[in-house]
Design a protein around this ligand. Structure first.
Ligand code: MF3
Ligand code: CO
Length: 248
């Protein structure tokens, strides 16, 4: 059952999303060779606390951190750690903010120092794929339209779309129906309705789409060691079109 949100609920989620967006802007200033993802995680926790919010991921299904920090070939759910980021790395910081019971979810990939042209292009294509999916996020269009917009663009650029992780509805808990696939066929799947709030969060690999799981049972990485990037927004479907609740 998809839980449709009222205007008021969307407003509250928007406030959480704006705080999350501001937090990402602060992270962007701090991402440099030498900083560790544990330091970023500590910054996020303190930033949210200062603004009256909490990190919803911490304690979720036993997850121990405020953020996920996925470096280079890690696709998602990387653990923050105390190894310094290196010039040329790419890192995805993903977090869910709880502000007065309303949630918002957004991941962003960052370049650390100077990255290769290949890495820079991967970041560009992945962000663009998210934008193309958001354009499809209007009342009456279907989930397959979102997946198709991402997949056709990404594969046309010579990259692949991860299948093992998806976007999702979000509300009082992080994961609600529907499942939002980042691949698919146009004009298939559930229709978008006013009041739906979903995440769209394509993970794009330079090489093959398949993933393997680390021994920690959380972190997924590319099967061939190729780089992976991700951009995620929380989107409300409204009469006035999609509202990007986590817009920076
Ligand atoms: N933010 C993630 C998502 O996009 C949720 C991660 S769950 C966690 O679905 F436990 F790893 F934090
Ligand atoms: Co997320």
């Amino acid at each position: 059952m998809i839980i449709l949100k009222s205007k008021r609920e969307i407003e509250l989620m928007h406030k959480a999303g704006q705080l999350l967006a501001n937090c990402h802007k602060e992270i962007a200033k701090r991402i440099k060779p030498g900083i560790t993802t544990l330091e970023i995680d500590a910054f996020v926790e303190q930033y949210l606390k200062k603004h009256g919010a909490t990190p919803e991921q911490k304690g979720y299904k036993g997850y121990e951190f405020a953020t996920c920090a996925s470096i280079n070939d890690e696709i998602c759910h990387g653990f923050p750690r105390n190894t310094p980021l290196q010039n040329g790395d790419i890192v995805t910081i993903d977090m869910v903010v709880n502000l007065n019971g309303a949630l918002a979810d957004s991941a962003w990939s960052y370049a650390v120092g100077d990255v290769s042209p290949q890495a820079a292009n991967l970041l560009h294509v992945t962000e663009e794929a998210l934008n193309k999916a958001i354009e499809q996020s209007v009342i009456g269009s279907r989930l397959g339209d979102i997946g198709h917009a991402i997949q056709s663009y990404v594969e046309g650029e010579g990259y692949s779309v991860v299948r093992d992780f998806t976007g999702h509805g979000i509300g009082k808990t992080i994961h609600e129906p529907p499942t939002v696939l980042h691949y698919g066929e146009p004009n298939k799947g559930q229709r978008l309705k006013e009041g739906m709030v979903i995440t769209i969060e394509p993970m794009v690999n330079i090489g093959a789409w398949e993933s393997k799981m680390d021994d920690n049972k959380w972190t997924a990485r590319t099967i061939d060691g190729s780089l992976s990037a991700q951009y995620e927004h929380t989107i409300a479907i409204t009469k006035d079109g999609p509202i990007i609740l986590t817009k920076q």
